[in-house]
Design a protein around this ligand. Sequence first.
Ligand code: FAD
Length: 547
Amino acid sequence: MKVLIVGGVAGGMSAATRLRRLKEDAEIIVFEQGPHVSYANCGLPYHIGEVIPEEQDLLLQTPKSLHDRFKLDVRVNNRVESIDLANKAVTVSNLETGESYTESYDKLILSTGAKPRMVPIPGLERAHVLRDVQDAVKIKALVDQKQIKSAAIIGAGFIGVELAENLQHRGIETTIVEFRENILPQFDPEMIEPMQQVLVEHGIKLALSSETEEVLENTLRLKDGRVIPADLVVAAIGVVADNKLAVDAGLTIGSAGGILVNDQMQTSNEHVYAVGDAAEKTSFITGQNQMIWLANLANRHGRLVADVIAGENVQARPSIGTGIIGAYGMAAALTGITEGLAKRMNIPHQIIHLHPSNHAGYYPGVERVSLKVLFDPETGKILGAQGIGRDGVDKRMDVIATAIYAGLTIDDLMNLELSYAPAFGSAKDAINQTGYVGNNIRTGKTENIQWHELEDAQAQGAVVVDVRTDGEHQSGSIPNTKSIPVDVLRDRVEELRGKDVIVTCAVGQRGHTAVQLLRGHGVKARNLDGGYSTWRTGMNARDRVKN
Ligand SMILES: Cc1cc2nc3c(=O)[nH]c(=O)nc-3n(C[C@H](O)[C@H](O)[C@H](O)COP(=O)(O)OP(=O)(O)OC[C@H]3O[C@@H](n4cnc5c(N)ncnc54)[C@H](O)[C@@H]3O)c2cc1C
């Protein structure tokens, strides 16, 4: 069997090495248009920041090492130009010699990845992109040679934010220009606000809700007239599937813009498969086709396609989409869908916000882990989660991603037995607490209201009661709230009788106690979800857009 693979990085190389392990006699040729295979795309921003100082450390394999261990014929600097589906052959250009040749196949795997999205902004041709090792080397050389003092990054997705941290770390005055209202628009605004604050505290400038009018010689002009210093401009506006080969060959492209595949990664042609960033995924949550640009899925589907070609009857599970980003010691992670997406798609959802600790409060180094979880109000099935904090975010997000995969409900999180010693977690872990809060809502013991619904509720006559201590109240509170600390609430219930009461505390915990107390006295009350903390970060996110 002769198998050709186009693209020699995450998906392509996973497919190649797995296939070799399964089929010693297969002829496997990998074509890569660049000079490197198996490079660490995810490490590129950190090479520029000198966190990974050596270019060599980004190169995980070479054509020789892959030949020696896996008997792979890896052809770098060889670009596949076209696919002849009828004759099962590809045309290849050797970029070193200029020679063009054809290669036949029994099976063809496309793992051509995603390329930076470019938009028609005058002068954008001056912008750099960050897709491969050469791109990173070019940007790093400009920084090393002190040719640039300032940088503007257009786009605040994962790559834009990681690059900003690394450029700023190298002493470059860095501005991120983002069209949407917050950075990392994959997150809901109140969840990503602490990351925005950290970036700003470290000197990165954020131009949110801003559009670039024109890229000039050493600056960038925004539509609102502002001029941003920009010796270096990087277009990090997002990516699009690199699907030209597939389009030209007449393979079906799906509604999300990627190569359409079935659950065995097979395209509309039975002998051609596609994996990774170029291929569409089916969402585990919505059932719809979507693009998910993550290394985990490229690797997983690369492995799976090898199994399929080797004759195994395996199918890909729909994709959840779990990602994480770090900057200046803070981590933000997400899995499944967000509130924003749930609203846009009219997916019924219930939301909870929590701010538990990473580990036991009495053990040194305690940090807050802020979590937001969405679940189906009918079934309790978890739909998505976001987390932000300095420590312990990754493990909570990974547990929730696993829970989503297993089809667990929010209530099931109460019962998970998770490892605990004071330095690592709590006897009642953040995940268990999430289950408790969700279960209280599902069983009707409490009702919550979201930070962005509060203003309307107040306008309609709701009384907001701050049940924190007087001192906490005085140090910052929601406007037009009545201060009744929870410890004296029992004595003051009559003040609230007959009113639509919303209680708020620091994080929602004392608020829950207050709701139960008021209900016990026949007063209808709701809890402000996530308390003052969530409300404050939500409002800060709003204010940041205005400033
Ligand atoms: C800067 C950066 C940081 C990232 N960080 C993370 C992260 O932290 N976490 C995460 O999950 N994901 C991250 N990603 C995304 C992750 O790298 C991708 O999801 C993953 O690499 C996709 O694998 P792939 O095989 O589909 O494509 P790629 O790994 O991009 O490989 C595609 C290869 O195909 C080659 N190719 C394309 N067309 C042809 C052709 N016609 N002929 C020959 N070769 C061709 C390309 O040159 C390219 O080398 C990051 C990506 C970048 C660029």
